[in-house]
Design a protein around this ligand. Structure first.
Ligand code: KIV
Length: 261
């Protein structure tokens, strides 16, 4: 049976940790899905790790939809969540409904993720949930606000900003979100928010005591040009691919490939 948002909430209650990874194409989505990852996220990190933009800001709805449709074709079991890009939901609840609606209908996503916890965004989340769209929140470091935050910096380091992030998470839960990503905040704050909420927290640089953990798959596999300090690389595909390509080039030059029959 495919994984549901209700199941994630039950897993939190049972203390069963939740695994989340990003995918941007069919081939990787199939691999992640059959390897047993619980949630696959078509994150707007797509912009930086697959499309070569410097931030997530330039990404368009059309671009993420194109990738999300490919990922959908590779996902059978995991819950499929898709990010709404910058300025495709902030203008009004109506704009958010139209963008989220396209993601749900055209990419057949199971849920939509959006960033922030300010009052107008909370109202938008409430509106989307009432319309039947499952919402994953995202607080702490919200990369779509990188210029306002002054870089990809850790958030919630003072008691005031920590309290603000906690309140945002509580408000998102109240508005009907089924899970919340906590990005790049102190581990103690990640734990405090996790204990305060009935819905699962998914941490990325938020310490070990969140209900689940998410990584950008290119970081996990050692494929990123740059990666944040909290990432644990589980494989070095950069080296493996470079060696394979160098070997191919050498074989072609030496006329060792293809072998004559
Ligand atoms: O865009 C993304 O990949 C994300 C994760 C880092 C949570 O939002």
């Amino acid at each position: 049976m495919p994984i549901t948002t209700r199941q994630l909430i039950q897993w939190k209650q049972q203390g069963r940790p939740i695994s989340v990874l990003t995918a941007y194409d069919w081939a990787i989505a199939r691999l992640l899905d059959s390897a047993g990852v619980d949630v696959i996220l078509v994150g707007d990190s797509l912009a930086m790790v697959a499309l070569g933009y410097e931030t997530t800001i330039p990404l368009t709805l059309e671009e993420i939809l194109h990738h999300a449709r490919a990922v959908r074709r590779g996902v059978k079991q995991a819950l499929l969540v898709v990010d709404l890009p910058f300025l495709t939901y902030q203008a009004s609840p109506q704009q958010a409904l139209e963008s989220a609606g396209r993601v749900m209908k055209e990419a057949e996503a199971n849920a939509v993720k959006l960033e922030g916890g300010y009052p107008a965004l909370i109202e938008t989340v409430r509106y989307l949930v009432q319309a039947g769209i499952p919402i994953m929140g995202h607080v702490g470091l919200t990369p779509q606000s990188v210029h306002q935050l002054g870089g990809f910096r850790k958030q919630g380091k003072t008691p005031e900003t920590a309290e603000q992030i906690l309140q945002q998470a509580l408000a998102l839960e109240q508005a009907g979100a089924f899970a919340i990503v906590l990005e790049h905040i102190p581990a103690e704050l990640g734990e405090q928010i996790t204990q305060a909420l009935g819905i699962p927290t998914i941490g990325i640089g938020a310490g070990p005591n969140c209900d689940g953990q998410v990584l950008v798959t290119s970081d996990l596999l050692g494929l990123s040009a740059w990666q944040p300090p909290f990432v644990k690389t589980h494989a070095n595909l950069h080296e493996i691919i470079t060696q394979a390509v160098q070997q191919f080039c050498a074989d072609v030059k030496a006329q060792k490939f293809p072998e004559s029959s």
